[in-house]
Design a protein around this ligand. Structure first.
Ligand SMILES: *[C@@H]1O[C@H](CO)[C@@H](O)[C@H](O)[C@H]1NC(C)=O
Ligand SMILES: *[C@@H]1O[C@H](CO)[C@@H](O)[C@H](O)[C@H]1NC(C)=O
Ligand SMILES: *[C@@H]1O[C@H](CO)[C@@H](O)[C@H](O)[C@H]1NC(C)=O
Ligand SMILES: *[C@@H]1O[C@H](CO)[C@@H](O)[C@H](O)[C@H]1NC(C)=O
Ligand SMILES: *[C@@H]1O[C@H](CO)[C@@H](O)[C@H](O)[C@H]1NC(C)=O
Ligand SMILES: *[C@@H]1O[C@H](CO)[C@@H](O)[C@H](O)[C@H]1NC(C)=O
Ligand SMILES: *[C@@H]1O[C@H](CO)[C@@H](O)[C@H](O)[C@H]1NC(C)=O
Ligand SMILES: *[C@@H]1O[C@H](CO)[C@@H](O)[C@H](O)[C@H]1NC(C)=O
Ligand SMILES: *[C@@H]1O[C@H](CO)[C@@H](O)[C@H](O)[C@H]1NC(C)=O
Ligand SMILES: *[C@@H]1O[C@H](CO)[C@@H](O)[C@H](O)[C@H]1NC(C)=O
Length: 404
């Protein structure tokens, strides 16, 4: 007699739960089926589980529910061809995580995306989406991740992007965006990753991007200037940015990766970059920078300054960057002799000093760089004999000393 009673107790809540689940997600599943019906390829086997007769929460691939409401939609790399125009954003108010990565989505981002006010994460990367990010997304104040890299976004980055106050990741790299970087991005104080590489962005890098809490303490700087002190990677390479590298970038104390290569930046490298004590990667190559290489850079693993117009000596202090694995300062106007301290860089794998105006002997200490595989000193004015210690570089694959 006890057994059926237990059975009853287990059964009833379960049935009730299933009933609730199906009931609650009907509008949501209908909305998704409507969207699916607009796909240009209807034979997608992964989405075959999306049918009217099945429970979206239980039976549909790519869907995860929370309390019977669709919470996650994850359609990654399944060859969906279509647009977002018939995606009923207002019917899916509980969506928090959306991954539509690596499909063939085209058309623009509908302004209705701004209605998904619970959204925490959306990744539309590697599709063919065009147009700009609609201003309505400014209402997505819970959004932490906005990934739209490798699409065909065009037009400018609208100031409203600065309203998504929770953003930690903003990746718009490899699109066709143009115009300046809006200064409102400096309002995104939680930003950790900002990737805008390979676009047609132009104008100077706004000084607001580098503002610091310290400055606000003085009370004289308007709070709207914000700060990006949480930022750990800033990718602005392959754009048409011009003007100097502002010394304020030295305020972004958490930066580990700063990539500004392939632009038209001019002026000298600010010594304040020496304040970036977490920096591991510094790419400033292929710009129009001139003046000296700062002598107080710290902690770096990779330093690429080639294809600029830098002058003066190679600072002997670079020998303090004990973790440096790659140093490329070729194609500049660097002069004087090669500092013997470079021999302290025992982790170094590649050392490119070619096409400068370096003179004097090759220091025999360079034979200490036991990990070196690529060593190029060609097209300088080096003189003297080749030190016998270079024979200790047993890993060496490339050694170019010609045109000296
Ligand atoms: C799906 O249909 C398209 C044409 O609509 C066709 O090119 C493609 O080969 C089909 N794929 C499969 C897996 O049947
Ligand atoms: C989507 O699925 C992939 C694996 O297919 C996983 O790595 C990713 O974290 C998922 N995204 C979400 C938002 O659940
Ligand atoms: C978004 O998807 C791309 C492509 O798979 C991936 O590289 C990136 O890490 C994803 N973003 C997040 C925040 O997971
Ligand atoms: C950018 O726009 C140009 C001109 O409209 C076009 O030729 C190019 O294919 C676009 N690139 C991308 C990545 O969309
Ligand atoms: C964006 O590209 C579309 C076509 O790809 C074009 O019609 C539109 O004018 C472009 N917008 C801007 C602002 O360049
Ligand atoms: C920098 O990162 C550390 C931990 O990685 C974090 O505790 C700190 O709040 C971040 N921001 C600043 C301004 O240092
Ligand atoms: C580099 O020089 C700047 C400007 O003098 C200074 O603020 C910074 O503390 C120096 N950094 C180091 C690591 O010495
Ligand atoms: C080298 O890296 C190690 C481990 O990441 C770190 O503890 C050390 O401080 C670094 N030294 C320099 C000179 O960058
Ligand atoms: C590099 O600097 C030299 C002199 O310092 C100048 O004559 C030359 O025009 C500069 N080149 C570029 C590409 O800026
Ligand atoms: C070569 O590099 C490895 C790490 O890749 C490091 O452990 C080793 O100490 C380096 N060799 C020398 C001679 O410093």
């Amino acid at each position: 007699m006890i057994l059926p009673r237990i059975f009853f107790f287990l059964q009833f809540p379960t049935l009730l739960y299933l009933f609730t689940v199906s009931f609650a997600s009907t509008e949501e599943s209908t909305a998704l089926l409507k969207w699916k019906a607009t796909f240009h390829n209807q034979n997608n086997s992964l989405l075959a589980s999306w049918t009217l007769s099945t429970d979206a929460c239980r039976d549909w691939y790519e869907i995860i529910c929370f309390n019977g409401r669709i919470n996650r939609l994850n359609i990654t790399n399944v060859g969906v061809t279509g647009t977002l125009y018939d995606f009923s954003f207002s019917s899916l108010p509980f969506l928090e995580y959306v991954d539509l990565i690596m499909n063939q989505l085209f058309g623009t981002i509908p302004p209705e995306l701004g209605k998904l006010t619970n959204l925490v994460h959306i990744n539309l990367s590697v599709n063919q989406i065009s147009g700009t990010i609609p201003p309505q997304t400014g209402s997505l104040t819970k959004l932490e991740t906005l990934d739209i890299f490798h699409n065909h976004l065009n037009g400018s980055i609208l100031v409203e992007v600065g309203k998504m106050k929770s953003l930690e990741v903003l990746t718009l790299g490899n699109n066709n965006l143009s115009g300046p970087i809006p200064t409102t991005l400096s309002d995104l104080t939680r930003l950790k990753i900002l990737q805008l590489y390979s676009n047609q962005l132009s104008g100077p890098i706004s000084s607001e991007l580098g503002n610091l809490k310290n400055n606000q303490l003085s009370g004289s700087i308007p709070i709207t200037l914000g700060d990006l002190t949480e930022l750990n990677s800033l990718y602005l390479y392959s754009n048409q940015l011009s003007g100097p590298i502002l010394s304020e970038l030295g305020n972004l104390k958490n930066l580990t990766d700063l990539e500004l290569s392939h632009n038209q930046l001019s002026g000298s490298i600010p010594i304040t970059l020496g304040d970036l004590t977490e920096l591991k990667i510094l790419y400033l190559y292929s710009n129009q920078l001139f003046g000296p290489i700062p002598s107080n850079l710290t902690e770096l693993n990779i330093l690429y300054l080639h294809l600029n117009n830098l002058s003066g000596p190679i600072p002997s202090e670079l020998g303090n960057l004990k973790n440096l694995t790659d140093l490329e300062v070729s194609d500049n106007q660097l002069s004087d002799s090669i500092p013997i301290t470079l021999g302290d860089l025992t982790m170094l794998k590649s050392l490119y000093l070619y096409s400068n105006q370096l003179s004097g002997p090759i220091p025999s200490e360079l034979g200490n760089m036991k990990n070196l595989t690529d060593f190029e000193l060609s097209h300088n004015q080096l003189s003297g004999s080749i030190p016998i210690t270079l024979g200790d570089l047993t890993e060496l694959k490339i050694l170019y000393l010609h045109s000296n």
